[in-house]
Design a protein around this ligand. Structure first.
Ligand code: AMP
Ligand code: GLY
Length: 420
């Protein structure tokens, strides 16, 4: 078997989970983390925006596959920067990455290719949005066009709120900023994440994230406070509708637009009374969804990734665990606002052998492990019963200590309500 060297770009829990999963492949030789974190091995300190340095590193170290974790390097064209290199880069080119980096582009793409989504209009400060806001009685969602790490979306319930959102948006992103006004949808959210070669797609298990900071889905939006899979909300009927009304038209669009797209496509979906509607695309693995969907995948992830480059993706039938996987994110107090860093982390060695611990914001300091971010650790447990997986996870969480540690206590609450 021909073994290959791999590099993974990024430093969060998603990238730690990618390292963990790819390391299990019999085809993986060396794996470098650019730059990695306190748990990952072979960390190389490199600037993520320096595509030329990343390319040099990969070529000098005979890397065959570069897996790009976060969206920013993709939106800055890292795939294009390797266009004439023998290094394969897993991710879409810059044109394809606009599906995530520009919400206006993404919505226009959805409209053009008939993807089920909320109605919308595009506005700029010169255009008066008052009529649209009044027509909807303020029940609208206002979104900044560009990448905003989840902070550019305002879900409003009154006209005052909607006008205040626009003022805030223009203050934050500049007086010329373009924005979207969308119909406000109601329903449960679902993340469907697939691996695509630009024509075919292999979806991993449907999962659910918990974006709000506090229990009961209250408080400010975060990068994600926990996840679980498979999400029972995704019945076969729901998944068929998602396939037909969202995934297939998207693939048609990707092909028709001629994107060079060998990577991940993430569908952020809302399950409404009128069927599933696409809220957003991401062009990379979701975080923290990845920390549950990769452990739940029995198949070789590296084979799936490489299949995108040699046209054999549809020949691989993926195999999934029968169990539920639950991830509770441990974060530093204050996150997603101001929080402290550099606090010693203790207790990881006490976790059961079966528990997974993916680091998100840690760094090594000699023998010590210190926090280095808002989201610090992901504790992942599994069981044939979702409730037991959740219980195991919270029992394991008790073993971890760092100053100001905080987490949500209701991960998977929607599914647990469904399945008493
Ligand atoms: P987005 O980054 O576009 O996925 O938006 C972030 C979050 O805002 C989503 O996860 C939803 O919770 C909420 N959201 C976005 N669009 C809508 C919509 N049209 N209706 C209701 N909620 C929305
Ligand atoms: N979990 C949502 C995201 O990765 O954007």
């Amino acid at each position: 078997m021909h073994k290959i060297n791999i590099a993974i770009l990024g430093s969060g829990g998603r990238e730690h989970a990618l390292e963990w999963k790819l390391r299990q492949s019999p085809r993986a030789e060396r794996i470098w983390m650019l730059p990695g974190n306190g748990a990952t091995e072979n960390n190389v300190s490199i600037t993520m925006s320096d595509h030329a340095a990343i390319r040099r590193f990969c070529e000098e170290n005979h890397v065959s596959l570069l897996v790009v974790g976060p969206e920013v390097p993709l939106s800055e064209g890292i795939v294009d920067a390797f266009a004439d290199s023998r290094v394969k880069v897993f991710g879409p080119d810059k044109a394809g990455a606009r599906l995530e980096s520009s919400k206006i582009y993404a919505k226009s793409f959805m409209r053009k290719y008939g993807v089920a989504t909320a109605d919308f209009g595009v506005y700029s400060p010169e255009e008066d949005a008052s009529a649209c806001i009044a027509k909807n009685k303020g029940d609208v969602v206002i979104k900044y066009d560009g990448l905003a790490a989840g902070k550019g979306v305002y879900v409003c319930s009154s006209e005052e709120e909607a006008h205040a959102a626009i003022r805030d948006l223009l203050e934050k992103y500049g007086p010329q900023a373009e924005f979207l006004i969308e119909e406000k949808l109601q329903g449960e959210e679902l993340s469907v994440i697939g691996i695509t070669d630009g024509k075919n797609i292999t979806c991993l298990l449907p999962s659910q994230d918990h974006k709000a900071a506090f229990d009961g889905d209250t408080g400010p939006n975060t990068g994600g406070m926990g996840a679980y899979c498979p999400a029972p909300a995704a019945t076969e009927k729901v998944l068929d509708a998602i396939d037909e009304q969202i995934i297939l038209p998207t693939l048609n669009g990707i092909e028709a637009e001629g994107f060079d797209y060998k990577g991940v496509i993430y569908f952020g979906i809302m399950l409404t009374e009128k069927g599933p509607k696409l809220l957003e695309y991401n062009v990379r693995f979701g975080d923290p969804e990845t920390e549950v969907i990769l452990p739940a995948l029995n198949s070789d992830l590296l084979e799936l990734m490489l299949a995108c480059f040699n046209g054999s993706l549809c020949e691989i039938e993926p195999d999934f665990s029968e169990e539920y996987f639950v991830d509770v994110v441990l974060c530093a107090g204050g996150y997603p606002g101001k929080y402290e860093k550099g606090m010693p982390v203790r207790g990881i060695a006490d976790l059961l052998a079966d528990t997974l611990c993916f680091h998100a914001g840690t760094q090594r300091d000699g023998d010590r492990l210190l926090t280095s971010g808002g989201r610090v650790l992901n504790i992942v447990c599994h069981d044939a019963e979702l409730r037991k997986a959740v219980e195991k996870c919270y029992a394991e969480v008790q073993k971890i200590h760092f100053d100001t540690l905080r987490y949500r206590r209701d991960i998977a609450h929607r599914a647990l309500r469904r399945r008493p």
